[in-house]
Design a protein around this ligand. Sequence first.
Ligand SMILES: C[S@@+](CC[C@H](N)C(=O)[O-])C[C@H]1O[C@@H](n2cnc3c(N)ncnc32)[C@H](O)[C@@H]1O
Length: 216
Amino acid sequence: MRQSAIDLSSECSQAERARIRAAIREHLRPGNFLEIGTAAGGTLKQIIGWTREAGVATRFWVLDPFTYFEDQLEKVRANLRGAEIDPDEVEFLIGTTDSQLALQRALGTRFSAIFIDGDHRALPVTKDLQWAEQLEVGGLIFAHDYCAKFEGVIWAIDRFLARNPGFELLGRSETLVVLRRKDDRLVPVDAAELRRARIVQTLLKWKYSIRKRLAR
Ligand SMILES: C[S@@+](CC[C@H](N)C(=O)[O-])C[C@H]1O[C@@H](n2cnc3c(N)ncnc32)[C@H](O)[C@@H]1O
């Protein structure tokens, strides 16, 4: 069983959480904060505390299929209650970008921050980066597990930055990267980009599988 399911802890390291806290203090503007992939809500409850501490009025949203472990959504809600946060103040979107983005686009929902920590393969991360279209100028993107173990995350984030000069890399701590939207330029993720991400994901899968066989 996952550690976060047992003790409802954060899956980010102390240094990564310190980086998130600093970015909130220095750069976060009031608005909606979306966490994509919450596990037990261990990082979420801390982020909520840090926005309160910084006095930044923020409404929280969580996007997750809630199939990570048994009773995941109930455990997240209990975890929040344990930190004196009313879970009814968090908007839970049950699903993935595929099932939830179109509605929020149609509603014109805007975000001041997006924390990407769901499915770490190249295609899902590329899809999650489509929420950047809903990000206010000055808004932040946090991405977790930007590391050799998750090459799909590195590929998707690097590709996003290379295609989008309207975004800058603010900083990095261990596997946590922080991006900021500088202006309103954004190159949308189109069908060709999704095909490219799918190919990269397949190539990386083959690479891991060949490496595993060779190591036997
Ligand atoms: C690594 S954990 C998240 C850890 C959490 N952010 C933290 O810091 O404690 C991954 C989470 O992503 C969710 N997930 C998996 N695929 C997803 C997807 N396509 N979209 C959103 N969430 C996803 C899982 O259910 C799980 O809750």
